[in-house]
Design a protein around this ligand. Structure first.
Ligand SMILES: *[C@@H]1O[C@H](CO)[C@@H](O)[C@H](O)[C@H]1NC(C)=O
Ligand SMILES: *[C@@H]1O[C@H](CO)[C@@H](O)[C@H](O)[C@H]1NC(C)=O
Ligand SMILES: *[C@@H]1O[C@H](CO)[C@@H](O)[C@H](O)[C@H]1NC(C)=O
Ligand SMILES: *[C@@H]1O[C@H](CO)[C@@H](O)[C@H](O)[C@H]1NC(C)=O
Length: 587
């Protein structure tokens, strides 16, 4: 095993094509632990490529591999004995970790990843590898604009299979990713958003389109089917000195290839790297719920811990809620795992669980509706609207909006959310201004009561509340600022037409009070954002994001944040163009 890996590394580092007759061995599905791998679901099969694994709890080197495995999702299985099958070890694709496996409806595409550091391996020249599921063959496609695309590692990837798009955000380049780079070259962290169009085999690097954040590795990317082309959310991650807080989400607007930011509400998860996400949409598109599970805290250096917490970021409200799983059979805390949405379940694959001398079965299942860890996976051929990133409106949905989420956004288990816009006002050029493009709240629509689950939520002040299992259906649980504002303007217009000057005067006075309050709120939220983004501490002094003794590193020129550019919005400006004046500017 070691020999064949060492040989493989040697062959690869010499750039010699590997003779397939010598490498017809099958990948072994039996390992002690597997992590930092690449995985994707196509139709009813999960494919796992490479990453790192150890055969015993004691193994510390030679963990990089090019194992290629599959798991059939069309049938039920127990998580303790998931029928993972070994496929022939590919000859060609390198043994890499923390790259990404994109997919469309027929093929897999291996992008990026880093080579072994123990023992050190020399990376080959970058090539994209494509696997045809139909013919079971790996090949290197002829691509357009590939010249300037590098092999990045530890970035965040996502596929939009039905549109044949793959994305990879951030990551880094170093001597284990880039051919010819010495190990003494400092790691280069990236802000790139690389796009690969699988239909036209074309690369695009969207680096220069408005990224206003520091370089970032080890985050996660989630696709939200919002509007015509959707949006991508970049969550978490960081560099060796700065970490991205989870209370401001970087949003990539696919149609305009443009970054904006969106503030979240609710208690915020801790900063983390190498978490995973899975997204489930309410059947009526009224909410898209991003489940984020686990990850690792890199601070303080050398004392990393893995997380086992589970959070839901509900879109468009952009409210975080923590899912409390106390008393359930929780898997050990992990990082570098992958999560896959399938028939209303999150399938968790692999993950690094720490240096303790134990093995991990590496297959776990979480029911996204009842919010319970499961002992078995419920398979089937039809995936409905919640298969990873494929929205099929006419298929059965296997997902019910959990009561925990309904308590934040209203509606019921099948959708009907009353909150249809972010709780924190979006910036003017955000794709999230206006309301949900695929859903309109109808107060008279019948709602199913949420799935009966008792859940505990942690409020913003850290206070825990037990959520009532049945939520009132037609009563907006939180109407948000937008609808209030709309109503006031509507009344003003009506009154003016009727010529009732007194009413106008009274309303103007009320609006003036409202304006004063909004300005105050905005200023407070601006100050709060500056603190939570790590730009200033509560006393107003600049500090670093990591805030743990590292020097401030926010000085990248691109990382500056301004709100209202120091100028207060005018009363009339706010009245006539509410959103424009409430703009949060990001350069
Ligand atoms: C994308 O372009 C930027 C700017 O040219 C470059 O620094 C970065 O390495 C590119 N990203 C990748 C993954 O090639
Ligand atoms: C972080 O990484 C950069 C680039 O590799 C390096 O120059 C710097 O010294 C590192 N800082 C710390 C605190 O490790
Ligand atoms: C939900 O949105 C998708 C586009 O993302 C659309 O195709 C579908 O028809 C919508 N479903 C409903 C019920 O509106
Ligand atoms: C799934 O499809 C396969 C092949 O089409 C079939 O053999 C199998 O019985 C189906 N499984 C279920 C659970 O419907």
């Amino acid at each position: 095993m070691r020999w064949s890996l060492a040989l493989a590394t040697l062959y690869i580092s010499l750039g010699t094509p590997i003779d397939s007759s010598k490498r017809d061995d099958t990948s072994s599905p039996d390992v002690c632990e597997r992590w930092a791998h690449q995985a994707a679901v196509v139709d009813t099969t999960l494919y796992i490529y490479g990453g790192r694994s150890r055969a015993t709890a004691l193994q510390t080197d030679n963990t990089w591999n090019n194992d290629f495995l599959k798991l059939d999702l069309s049938e039920d299985f127990d998580i303790a004995s998931a029928p993972i099958q070994g496929l022939p070890k590919p000859d060609g694709p390198p043994p890499v970790a923390l790259g990404y496996l994109w997919n469309d409806l027929t093929d897999l595409y291996l992008y990026g990843g880093e080579f072994s550091d123990t023992p050190p391996a020399s990376p080959t020249a970058f090539q994209l590898w494509q696997y045809s599921i139909k013919s079971s063959t790996w090949s290197v496609p002829d691509t357009n604009n590939g010249g300037s695309i590098q092999r990045a590692a530890e970035g965040a990837g996502v596929s939009i299979p039905n549109r044949g798009k793959g994305y990879y955000f951030g990551g880094h380049l170093d001597g284990y990713t880039t051919q010819g780079w010495s190990q003494s070259v400092p790691r280069l962290y990236l802000t790139s958003m690389v796009e690969y169009d699988m239909n036209s085999a074309t690369w695009t690097n969207h680096t220069e389109t408005g990224a206003s954040f520091p370089e970032r590795a080890d985050g996660v990317l989630a696709f939200i089917p919002w509007g015509e082309e959707g949006i991508l959310l970049a969550l978490g991650g960081g560099t060796n000195t700065t970490f991205s807080q989870l209370n401001i989400i970087d949003v990539f607007d696919i149609k305009n290839n443009k970054w904006t930011k969106q503030a979240t509400s609710g208690a915020t998860p801790e900063i983390r790297v190498n978490a995973c996400t899975a997204v489930f949409s309410a059947p009526d598109n009224s909410s898209h719920n991003v489940y984020m599970y686990g990850g690792q805290n890199l601070q303080p250096a050398g004392e990393q811990i893995q997380y086992d917490d589970l959070w839901i970021l509900t879109i468009p409200s952009f409210t975080w809620v923590q899912v409390k799983t106390d008393g359930q059979s929780n898997p050990p805390a992990r990082a570098g795992h992958t999560c896959h949405a399938y028939r209303g379940q999150i399938l968790v694959i692999g993950g690094y669980t720490g240096q303790e001398l134990s093995c991990d079965t590496g297959v776990y299942v979480f029911d996204a509706s009842s919010l319970q860890w499961q002992t078995s996976f419920k398979g089937g051929n039809e995936t409905g609207g919640d298969s990873t990133n494929i929205y099929e409106p006419n298929k059965n949905s296997f997902y019910n909006v959990p009561a925990l989420v309904v308590s934040q956004i209203g509606g019921g288990s099948t959708g009907g959310a009353t909150v249809t816009a972010p709780q924190r006002t979006p910036v003017a050029d955000s794709p999230l201004t206006g309301t949900n493009p695929d859903y309109t709240y109808n107060p008279n629509a019948p709602q199913q009561s949420p799935v009966l689950v008792t859940s505990t939520i942690t409020g913003s002040a850290g206070v825990e509340t037990t959520v009532v299992t049945e939520t009132p259906t037609n009563q907006p649980s939180n109407s948000g600022n937008n609808s209030n504002r709309g109503a006031s303007v509507g009344i003003i217009v009506g009154a003016t037409v009727g010529g009732v000057a007194f009413v106008v005067g009274a309303l103007l006075f009320l609006l003036f009070l409202w304006y004063k309050r909004r300005v105050k709120e905005l200023r407070e939220s601006y100050e709060e954002q500056q603190v939570t983004q790590g730009l200033v501490d509560p006393e107003g002094r600049p500090m670093s994001m990591a805030s743990s003794g590292y020097p401030a590193t926010m000085n990248h020129g691109r990382s500056k944040e301004d709100l209202m550019e120091g100028v207060e919005p005018t009363f009339w400006g706010m009245l006539l163009q509410p959103r424009r004046s409430l703009r949060v500017v990001n350069h």
